[in-house]
Write a protein that binds this ligand. Structure first.
Ligand SMILES: Nc1ncnc2c1ncn2[C@@H]1O[C@H](COP(=O)(O)OP(=O)(O)OP(=O)(O)O)[C@@H](O)[C@H]1O
Length: 255
């Protein structure tokens, strides 16, 4: 597999900030890989994702995505924010079509593709509904369909399911896993939920505050897509426990 995202010696310090938020980040992600990023609040997960997405400029080092030095957002990447942003005056289908419409007038092929995407994300039959008629889970499904419409090579997701109830979250995890495998999408996924991190990913990256860099990486050597019952298997809980112990082991003075 080829490296599609390459962070080399990346550092970030905000203007006027006393210490770097991130330091010496070296992270190589392979095309089609699913990587979860975890770490305590304030460890810089969102900042790292924003730098990879070209929304924030590193103070040090460089980030190369798909062969380009990242200076601003590029077409091959789609960013899914923690808070879903839907336009209230547009129905589900129109919200899904938004990324196309920002570039050009959607044609019949685009509409057909958008309608087809509503099926696997569980929104078939809801295309004419407006955001105020949707549940939180349905809104997340719209943002997932919208993110996948342009078939991005890379999906950057910042805690996309954190506000959902457990059952909806589980359903969306399954859908994301199926779709990312089907489209061979490279995904970087931030979460606070260890079980979610392990279940979805090929690799889990743990960020620490002090030092402000990658503390450890955990491989999840099981083929995707995975059955939802895998979460009850010892092979799954063993990895979750290993990560949990590592986080617990980070002494208070290190945080
Ligand atoms: N624009 C900014 N200017 C100055 N400091 C910032 C800015 N954005 C974030 N920070 C600081 O950078 C640190 C890392 O923030 P970031 O949001 O990347 O962490 P995080 O790991 O994603 O946190 P959380 O899990 O709470 O979402 C925090 O201490 C935050 O206060």
């Amino acid at each position: 597999m080829a490296t599609i995202i390459n962070c080399q010696e990346v550092g970030l310090q905000f203007d006027g900030g006393p210490n770097p938020i991130l330091n010496n980040i070296n992270l190589q992600i392979q095309a089609g890989e699913f990587v979860s990023i975890i770490g305590k609040s304030g460890s810089g997960k969102t900042s790292l994702l924003q730098m990879i997405g070209g929304l924030l400029t590193p103070s040090k080092g460089e980030i190369i995505v798909n062969g380009q030095n990242i200076m601003s957002p590029i077409d091959e990447m789609t960013y899914v924010f923690q808070k879903p942003v839907l336009l209230e005056w547009r129905n589900v289908l129109e919200n899904v079509l938004l990324p196309i419409e920002l570039k050009r007038r959607p044609n019949q092929v685009d509409r057909k593709k958008a309608e087809e995407l509503l099926q696997p994300v569980g929104l078939a039959g809801h295309e004419s509904k407006y955001p105020h008629e949707l549940s939180g889970g349905m809104i997340s499904r719209v943002t997932l369909a919208r993110a996948l419409l342009t078939a991005p090579k890379i999906l950057l997701m910042d805690e996309p399911f954190s506000a959902l109830d457990a059952m909806t979250k589980e359903q969306l995890q399954l859908e994301l896993m199926e779709l990312s495998v089907q489209f061979s999408t490279t995904v970087i996924f931030i979460t606070h939920d260890l079980s979610e991190a392990v279940y979805l990913a090929d690799r889990v990256v743990l960020l620490g505050k002090n030092p402000a860099n990658i503390i450890r990486e955990f491989s999840v050597p099981f083929q995707r897509p995975r059955l939802k019952d895998w979460k009850f298997e010892p092979s799954f809980t063993k990895i979750v426990k290993e990560i949990y112990d590592e986080i617990e082991g980070l002494s208070e003075d290190k945080e």
